[in-house]
Design a protein around this ligand. Structure first.
Ligand code: IMP
Ligand code: MG
Length: 183
């Protein structure tokens, strides 16, 4: 089944930008060690590619956080579905996220992580959908600004599928159950 309506970011474009971000991060954290904190599951592809090009020491940890369930609208109700395994106290934490939409997920997460006393917290997101932002959050590294449309691929899912494509695309409208919102 052909599911791709339109490719928004090709594999080459994503990979080139990921390398640029990694260079920026490496420069900014020169002499430090970074705790890369990947938000599951969407941030996984980005974490692996980004980390390959970071030149300072990094550790990985993973947090599962959900505000969406199977829907595509942020509910504002956020819960931790899998917590970190390592302490972040005194560590330089860089949150690696696939996309920021309303910002509710990260807003909650930053409050939660701050209470664990890290040395610093910064945010690195591949995609930033500023049109829907409902809370102000400081985003330190952004791969691409994207318009308000539902994107899939390279970590982003539609009902848990299509995270594995190396490019980011808009689905064929007939795959949505109704309207422009694939909820
Ligand atoms: P926020 O709390 O509204 O910022 O939600 C961010 C989360 O919503 C992201 O980590 C994604 O899991 C999900 N999300 C937002 N927009 C999209 C999209 O276009 N495609 C797939 N997932 C999305
Ligand atoms: Mg996500």
């Amino acid at each position: 089944m052909d599911i791709v309506d339109r490719i928004v970011l090709t594999e080459d474009v994503i990979q080139a930008r990921v390398k640029e971000l990694a260079a920026e991060v490496s420069h900014d954290y020169s002499g430090e060690t970074i705790s890369l904190l990947c938000i599951l599951k969407g941030g996984l592809m980005f974490l692996t590619d980004l980390s390959k090009h970071i030149t300072v020491p990094v550790s990985f940890d993973f947090i599962g956080i959900s505000s969406y369930g199977d829907s595509t609208r942020s509910s504002g109700v956020v819960r931790i579905t899998k917590d970190l395994e390592e302490s972040i106290e005194g560590r330089h934490v860089l949150i690696v996220e696939d996309i920021i939409d309303t910002g509710l997920t990260l807003s909650y997460l930053i409050k939660n992580l701050t209470s664990r006393h890290p040395a610093s917290i910064r945010i690195c997101t591949l995609l930033d959908k500023t049109a829907n932002r409902s809370v102000d959050i400081p985003v330190n590294y952004v791969g691409f600004q994207v318009p308000d449309e539902f994107l899939v691929g390279y970590g982003l899912d539609f009902r848990e599928l299509f995270r594995n494509t190396p490019y980011i695309f808009v689905l064929k409208p007939e795959l949505y159950s109704g309207g422009s919102n694939p909820a």
